[in-house]
Design a protein around this ligand. Structure first.
Ligand code: SAM
Length: 206
């Protein structure tokens, strides 16, 4: 990994993914299923988790770079991409200190940005928006204020977004989808999500 920093969130997901890999539990979650029909061209999947969206995008002909801090998840994505001969590559990195080095037609960050402090989350959000090609798309999904399930968060490294914050960064973009979802979580807690899918104005660049 590009940084030696490990935090509770990353440990939480790495352990969950190891169990899912043992069970071969590779279902797309509802946010990933929803995102698939909005993908265009080359795809960067940040916080790809087990890579179910990345691999399905590869099956649909998209070239995908998938990034996650979980070694188990990255190994699973690369293993299955190679087995199926898909144009999907996964790399292990701590995205809070990782730079997007080229532009993509679609950048996906489902369930990622809340796992860092506000300053890092907003810096990454700005970088994501900058690296979407003209005419390209962004798929963003975050936990928002009102969420009471805190077990997966590191003590300091998290940020619950105000519900309107993502859209405030998308002024001038065409909003293709914007929705709120509430899911029950353990011990009577809840997870409150916002999902925004938007297209960057302008013709597709070369
Ligand atoms: C809620 S899961 C979402 C996974 C996947 N996008 C999905 O929809 O199933 C959050 C993911 O973000 C990853 N993650 C959290 N913090 C990260 C960081 N700083 N760098 C890289 N990945 C991180 C976790 O390992 C996990 O795979």
């Amino acid at each position: 990994m590009s940084s030696s920093k490990r935090n509770r969130s990353i440990e939480f997901f790495d352990s969950q993914f190891r169990q899912q890999i043992r069970r071969q539990d590779y279902q797309l979650n509802p946010f990933e299923t929803q995102a698939l029909s909005f993908l265009k061209g080359t795809v960067l999947d940040l916080g790809c988790g087990l890579g179910n969206l990345s691999l399905e995008a590869g099956r649909r002909g998209h070239q995908v770079l998938a990034v996650d801090a979980s070694r188990a998840a990255v190994e699973r994505v690369n293993h299955d991409a190679a087995r199926e001969g898909l144009p999907v590559k996964a790399v292990q990195a701590d995205i809070s200190s990782w730079s997007i080095d080229q532009s993509y037609d679609t950048i996906v960050a489902i369930g990622l940005l809340m796992f860092m402090r506000r300053r890092q989350a907003i810096r990454l959000l700005d970088s994501i928006l900058e690296h979407v090609r003209l005419g390209g798309r962004v798929v963003l999904n975050v936990l928002i204020q009102g969420t009471t399930y805190m077990e997966m968060f590191d003590t300091d490294d998290y940020y619950l977004f105000p519900p309107d914050e993502i859209e405030k960064h998308l002024v001038g973009w065409q909003i293709l989808l914007s929705r709120r979802d509430t899911f029950p979580a353990p011990s009577g807690t809840t997870k409150e999500f916002i999902t925004v899918i938007a297209e960057k104005p302008g013709c597709r660049g070369s």
